[in-house]
Design a protein around this ligand. Structure first.
Ligand SMILES: Nc1ncnc2c1ncn2[C@@H]1O[C@H](COP(=O)(O)OP(=O)(O)OP(=O)(O)O)[C@@H](O)[C@H]1O
Length: 202
């Protein structure tokens, strides 16, 4: 299969997590606060030790140096990290000319300082930064948590278009059942220490 495969993965209290995310598809993860959703994403990004097997397009995570793995498997954490003073320093040269309208920024956003960004602005820019890397897998941790309703719908549609266009296998942590219904090709929920498929209720 082309895409991401988890086979009997265990991290923290979670055990026996097996699922497949085909290229161009979205698999949503939900579960109570503290149940292990972010840790599971971090394990997929090779940022946490874990049991079991994770592979991308047939290549095992263990066979690839972590920095190389993370060029293909890009995580957007709930709280994005910024290293430089100016927004533009985090993007490839010329990225400002390709500013997606769906992000809702004026043309001069590349010249903004990171310190002035609101949490929602950070979140939208972090998503664009991740997509600009043209990853094969995207790990999204509540990507619209800081956005209002209209902005959420715009960003969802833009993400879904890009996921299709770039054929990205996407794991998307979400809480809102309506969002899961709109974006997910499949939905799994953490119950206790296990990840269980949700059928029909999402
Ligand atoms: N490095 C770590 N070592 C030990 N325990 C950890 C570590 N990181 C997180 N935890 C714990 O693991 C559990 C799962 O954390 P995680 O961040 O994955 O939860 P979550 O499902 O994403 O929650 P939320 O919806 O609140 O973001 C929590 O109890 C957390 O305190």
């Amino acid at each position: 299969m082309t895409g991401l495969l988890l086979d009997q993965v265990g991290v923290g209290a979670l055990t026996g997590v097996s699922l497949a995310v085909p290229a161009g598809r979205v698999v949503c993860l939900s579960g109570p606060s503290g149940s292990g959703k972010s840790r599971l994403l971090r394990a997929v990004a090779d940022l946490e030790p874990h049991d079991g097997e994770i592979s991308l397009n047939g290549t095992s995570q263990g066979a690839v140096p972590a920095h190389q793995w993370r060029r293909q498997v890009v995580m957007v954490p709930a709280d994005s990290q910024w290293w430089f003073d100016e927004v533009s320093a985090h993007f490839p040269k010329g990225a400002g000319e390709r500013l997606p309208a769906a992000l809702g920024f004026p043309a001069d956003v590349m010249g903004w300082s990171v310190s002035r960004l609101s949490s929602g602005e950070r979140q939208r820019l972090a998503l664009w930064r991740a997509l600009a890397l043209e990853p094969q897998t995207l790990l999204l941790d509540e990507p619209t948590a800081n956005l209002d309703g209209d902005s959420t719908l715009n960003i969802e549609n833009w993400l879904l278009d890009e996921i299709q266009r770039q054929q990205i296998a996407t794991l998307w942590v979400a809480h809102d059942p309506a969002q899961i219904h709109r974006v997910a090709d499949a939905h799994y929920r953490i119950r206790g220490t296990a990840l269980e498929p949700e059928h029909g209720s999402d």
